[in-house]
Design a protein around this ligand. Structure first.
Ligand code: F6R
Length: 246
């Protein structure tokens, strides 16, 4: 594991610079993206880098890590909408370059969508770089505590705590969807390289538990300790607890 601690003020631009240096190495590359507060400005800074350097993105494939069930793709809180606004639109990706869970509804047979997602990842040669955030309970994607490490893309009930942490985006807690579809922990671990991003002192405890504690399904992100090419990019606030003891 490589740990990079950045000052909070320049977190997004520096993290984007690091990511950019990796993704420019290969033209035909598959990238996995997570949404959330942590990555908003990172995505925007990455878009800026790509534009400024006129990077050819025509052979990039992207995969959105997860989606709320029941939100159409044009809903401002859908992961698709957010990724499009934060990054894809600015770098002019074509629709065929964006893989996402399209208008997933609770009444569909979602097993089919899950299998198709795994197949589309495979057909693009696997994910080269997966960007991740981390939930306060250690979730990655929407893989909540207790999710088996062997899980592939699946449907999950969103934890009450996770719904609470996302309530600020919706008009009320009740409107936060209760289910999501997410790449599984195994699907994430199969990425050739993983970047885990976290910032702010609210993430300090979970970062310590995930990176320095036992590997357990209680803290889904703890499995990342076993990934051969994991880069953790966090700010000084999120690193507070590990700085003191490590
Ligand atoms: C969302 C996702 C989640 C978030 C996590 C952190 O696509 O994958 O795992 O990365 O909930 O969210 P923020 O950054 O809002 O704290």
């Amino acid at each position: 594991m490589k740990l990079i601690v950045l000052d909070s003020k320049h977190f997004d631009s520096k993290a984007a610079e690091i990511a950019y240096q990796h993704l420019k190495r290969k033209q035909e590359i598959s990238l996995g993206f997570a949404t959330g507060n942590t990555t908003i400005r990172f995505h925007k800074a990455l878009a800026k880098k790509i534009e400024e350097n006129k990077l050819d993105v025509s052979k990039i494939n992207t995969f959105i890590l997860d989606e709320y069930i029941g939100l159409p793709k044009n809903h401002p809180n859908s992961c698709y909408y957010r990724m499009n606004e934060q990054l894809f639109k600015s770098i002019h990706l074509q629709p065929k370059q964006i893989h996402f869970f399209n208008n997933v509804q609770a009444n569909e047979d979602l097993h089919i969508s899950c299998d198709q997602y795994e197949k589309s990842i495979e057909s693009c040669g696997g994910i080269d770089i997966q960007f991740l955030g981390i939930g306060l309970n250690g979730h990655i994607g929407f893989n909540e505590p207790g999710t088996p490490f062997e899980s592939t893309t699946h449907v999950i009930n969103i934890d009450e705590n996770s719904r609470l942490s996302k309530a600020y985006m919706f008009e009320s807690f009740e409107l936060v969807p209760t289910k999501a579809i997410t790449m599984g922990i195994k699907s994430i671990m199969m990425a050739k390289q993983i970047f885990l991003l976290a910032k702010g002192n609210s993430k300090a405890d979970i970062i310590k538990q995930a990176l320095c504690g036992p590997i357990t399904t209680d803290i889904p992100a703890s499995i990342l300790q076993l990934h051969p090419f994991l880069t953790v990019i966090i700010d000084t606030l999120a690193a507070e607890k590990i700085d003191k003891t490590e």
